[in-house]
Design a protein around this ligand. Structure first.
Ligand SMILES: [Zn+2]
Length: 689
């Protein structure tokens, strides 16, 4: 269920418990997690402990002044941090009908004319705490916030060692990042291990760490702007510290005004990085993620017109729609080249004499959803919006196909972009927006804009792209959004709240695609890894390299296909559709290391709900002609039918035997791919085609 649908069941005023010697504690718990906040008589406020009630691992904060919940600095000497003293907080508990429990703390820092409201939430069935805070300026003058740790946690770390794990985004066309995973031991570094997240940064907005006994924490943050997360094991203080900072903050807060810090979630897990990822993904799908547009058939099989580049018109696209419908395509997207100009968001009257709505109606009549490419923040210098408002550009343009960039942190720009997106959805009856461009969080130092000249990171994310997408989705919820800014370059949980899916690598090569999927399926559920399939790629190896994950975007010139091509692709599409329920909700097991081309590889999705697995096995150009695949997650005592997709060979074995002995998969040729289905032996194998 989506957050906006929650109803408040009850709101209670909560008194502090155990108010001995003036100390006070409050507990927030569900069936998986118990979280305790504490206020000491001296005035220190902190998250005191976080206990996984299934594994009994307790993460305890030292009762010293070195750990608080936030840090905030600004003009006029504002400096809130771990040693800040607060008056006894006012606390309310909200119990929502869907089982969500929320504690709201109102904290008054001593000697500062301000109020901090900290919200902490737990959702039933998930060992996760979600926390956020806001600052209200109670002074009569405005101030500027110049630094903010939206998250600041520290846990006792006696006799423990910690390994930490992070994942790159798609960076600089893959040259500096294609979802590689990295891990390190924290203590010996002697300094924080820093993740740089947000639009155009290096890492996904997620980290995991685990102790020597494989009890771990995963943390994710909901911010599209640039941020840093510092993970540090301070050996001298026996302290494990997690601190998340907003980069380049210069947010003015007027008298009586409020600053909202990004929300963070932290969860407990026991096991390996696959388990850390899976727990994260299940929580995010329950608590945060934008709803799937069509649960029965999502992730879609899509077709996108970019195979023809911008040489598109209504005749070609109608013929494409006819073929796409025959293939079983569910979403038909018109890519770049449809508009009169970038920024002039009207269908080119020469290419589309009947108008875009006529094509949309035609596609809908063919039983497909209709999507449109929209690099919303980019505009041609000759477009009306730029000619009429030359001051609306951001100070740095990203150079998207000769366009200049608009600054959505500037209030009139935001309003125009919002109304344009709404107009397009309504006029063209859009089901899908392919949100493209380069950097969606613009860099702008203009002093003529409504945002502070040195605050574009926060202003252009929170008050820019986030508010635009939120406003459009509120008023036109029928359109789903795809994050596609030249690749997965904004892999954050704020993006996940806004979009139904995201591209991963902006590259159609088979090995590159599999590398991206390998890394991206740690932090993000498989539906947030869509892939585009290029021209000249209709063979088994290429098709299967793109099948694992979210929406599958075919991008070929399908009007040029033979009947045989159509029959081949139709069969593959039918296979994709039969596998997608297993992959979409499944736990991803990365059975082999990141694909490097030289070693044979395997990746598995196991759906606990269906007790079914699918395993994709690949050989690129390595020397080995087989791979021994050891599936995971199976029920030891159940019998499974193991079916090889190509040969139709079927084996029957118990889960225990399969996990211990493995499955020998022949891969005779280079560039070969096999798909293996594991189904309970006692049910009809409806998934196999
Ligand atoms: Zn600006």
């Amino acid at each position: 269920m989506h957050r906006r649908e929650f109803l408040i069941g009850s709101v209670l005023s909560v008194s502090a418990r155990a108010a001995d010697a003036g100390n006070a504690t409050w507990t927030l718990e569900n069936d998986r997690l118990r979280v305790t906040y504490a206020w000491s008589a001296e005035g220190w406020f902190r998250l005191a402990s976080l206990e996984d009630t299934r594994t009994n691992r307790v993460w305890t904060t030292p009762s010293s002044s070195s750990v608080g919940v936030l840090r905030l600095g600004g003009t006029g000497g504002l400096n809130l941090g771990p040693s800040t003293l607060y008056s006894l907080p006012t606390v309310t508990q909200e119990n929502l009908d869907n089982g969500l429990r929320r504690l709201v703390f109102v904290l008054e820092p001593k000697g500062v004319a301000a109020e901090i409201t900290l919200e902490a939430e737990v959702y039933p069935g998930h060992p996760f705490l979600r926390q956020s805070w806001r600052f209200k300026n109670l002074a009569s003058r405005s101030l500027t916030l110049t630094s903010a740790a939206f998250f600041d946690l520290g846990f006792q770390a006696e006799r423990q060692r910690f390994r930490a794990f992070r994942v790159n985004q798609w960076v600089d066309g893959g040259l500096k990042g294609n979802f590689e995973t990295e891990q390190t031991e924290l203590g010996p570094l002697g300094k924080p291990w820093v993740l740089e997240s947000g639009s155009f940064s290096q890492h996904c907005a997620w980290a995991a760490l685990r102790d020597s006994r494989n009890n771990g924490l995963t943390v994710g943050w909901e911010f599209n702007g640039r941020a840093q997360m510092w993970l540090e094991h301070e050996l001298a203080n026996t302290l494990l510290r997690l601190t998340g900072f907003i980069t380049s903050l210069n947010q003015p807060v007027g008298a009586g005004q409020v600053f909202q810090a990004p929300a963070v979630f932290v969860g407990s897990f026991r096991g390996d990085w696959d388990e850390a990822g899976y727990q994260t993904q299940r929580f995010v799908e329950t608590a945060l993620a934008a709803p799937m547009p069509d649960r029965q058939i999502f992730p879609y099989v899509a077709w996108d017109s970019w195979g023809y580049e911008d040489n598109i018109d209504e005749t070609l696209l109608r013929r494409s729609a006819d073929v796409a419908a025959r293939l079983g395509v569910e979403l038909f997207t018109v890519d770049l080249g449809w508009a009169s100009r970038l920024g002039d968001w009207n269908a080119d009257p020469v290419k589309f004499p009947s108008g875009m709505r006529a094509l949309s109606d035609y596609v809908h009549a063919g039983g497909m959803k209709f999507g449109l490419h929209l690099p919303l923040l980019e505009a041609d210098p000759a477009s009306s919006v730029i000619r009429q408002n030359p001051g609306w550009t951001s100070s740095i343009s990203d150079g998207f196909y000769g366009a200049v960039s608009l600054c959505p942190g500037h209030e009139p720009v935001k309003q125009w972009l919002t109304s344009e997106a709404l107009r397009l959805i309504r006029e063209y009856d859009l089901d899908w927006i392919l949100l493209d461009g380069v950097n969606l969080v613009k860099v702008c130092t203009k002093t003529t804009h409504t945002h502070n000249a040195r605050n574009s990171n926060y202003a252009n994310s929170v008050h820019g792209i986030d508010e635009i997408v939120a406003a459009v989705r509120r008023q036109a919820p029928q359109a789903a959004w795809e994050n596609c800014q030249s690749g997965g370059r904004m892999m954050t949980y704020q993006m996940v709240r806004e979009c139904a899916t995201s591209i991963t690598c902006d590259d159609t090569a088979a090995l590159t695609t599999r590398q991206a999927i390998h890394g991206a399926t740690y932090p993000f559920s498989p539906r947030y890894t869509d892939r585009y399939l290029g021209e000249g790629m209709v063979n088994r190896y290429n098709l299967r390299s793109g099948m694992f994950g979210g929406p599958w975007m075919l991008m070929q010139r399908i009007t040029e296909w033979s009947e045989e091509d159509i029959a081949t692709a139709s069969a593959v599409i039918a296979l994709y559709k039969s596998l997608r329920p297993i992959i979409r909700d499944g736990k991803v097991f990365h059975l082999t290391p990141r694909p490097d081309g030289t070693r044979n590889e395997a990746i598995q999705a196991y759906s606990p709900r269906l007790d079914r697995s699918v395993i994709f096995v690949f050989r690129h150009d390595g020397p080995e002609t087989s791979l021994l695949v050891r599936p995971r997650g199976l029920l030891p005592n159940s019998e499974y039918r193991v079916r090889f997709q190509d040969t139709g060979t079927i084996q029957v074995a118990t889960g225990r035997d399969l996990v211990t002995s493995g499955i020998e998969v022949p891969l005779i040729d280079m560039d070969s791919a096999e798909v293996i289905l594991l189904t309970p032996n006692n049910v009809e194998d409806a998934s196999a085609q």
